[in-house]
Design a protein around this ligand. Structure first.
Ligand SMILES: [Zn+2]
Length: 219
């Protein structure tokens, strides 16, 4: 068992390291500058809308946390599409062989019976899995996830402040992001802007806008 864990760890390390190979010639400061510049670029994309689920891993059951987050993001994306008239959406996701077949089956189930919170009637097809090496939008989604993680775990605002304006807002609430902390107390900026009440609920508001187009959710 120990050997297999070590091999798995080494495989992961090799895979992650190979992703950075093209950037090794840059200094740490240059890499930081590139990331900041990209976050700045995203901040100016008025057409881009971000959705994410931030989980406090100490409060979420770890074996279900990924599926739980997927269900949350899919539901919020579908709700967003519903508020845009006849809009349809499609999910483009980083290919991960360990979860691809499971998420495909999960999405089929959502199409058939909905998520815990709503029908999924605006997202067409099961997720399209792509190689993140070749798909820059997936890399930018990763950058946004990194920004959220650094803000939630370390309070770092450098990237967060640039992307926060791109999360979906409805009825004055920041609905594009939820910070899951289980039953523990909440008082962070995300929870407050989300309009999270003491019972965990929030009021749905917002007028529908007619905008017939296909949206992409890059995860
Ligand atoms: Zn919070």
């Amino acid at each position: 068992m120990a050997r297999s864990r070590t091999r798995t760890g080494l495989r992961k390390l090799t895979k992650n390291h190979s992703k950075t190979a093209e950037y090794l010639h840059l200094t740490r400061e240059q890499r930081r500058a590139v990331v900041e510049e990209l976050a700045e670029l995203i901040s100016g994309w008025a057409d881009a809308v971000l959705f994410t689920e931030a989980q406090d891993k100490t409060r979420a059951p770890s074996d279900k946390s990924f599926d739980f987050a997927f269900e949350q993001v899919v539901t919020r994306f579908n709700t967003f599409l519903g508020s845009r008239g006849q809009s349809l959406g499609i999910i483009v996701q980083d290919n991960n062989s360990t979860v691809a077949s499971r998420l495909t089956a999960t999405m089929r189930r959502y199409h058939s019976t909905g998520t815990r919170w709503s029908e999924i009637d605006r997202i067409i097809e099961t997720p399209l899995f792509v190689d993140s090496h070749l798909t820059s939008m997936v890399q930018l989604a990763d950058l946004c996830a990194h920004a959220v993680r650094r803000f939630c775990e370390k309070g770092e605002r450098l990237l967060w402040d640039r992307i926060v304006g791109r999360f979906d807002v409805k009825g004055g609430h920041l609905v594009g992001i939820r910070h899951f902390t289980g039953r523990s107390s909440w008082s962070c900026e995300i929870c407050t802007a989300h309009g999270r009440s003491s019972s965990g609920g929030r009021r749905q508001q917002g007028a529908a806008r007619s905008n017939r187009r296909v949206h992409l959710l890059v995860a």
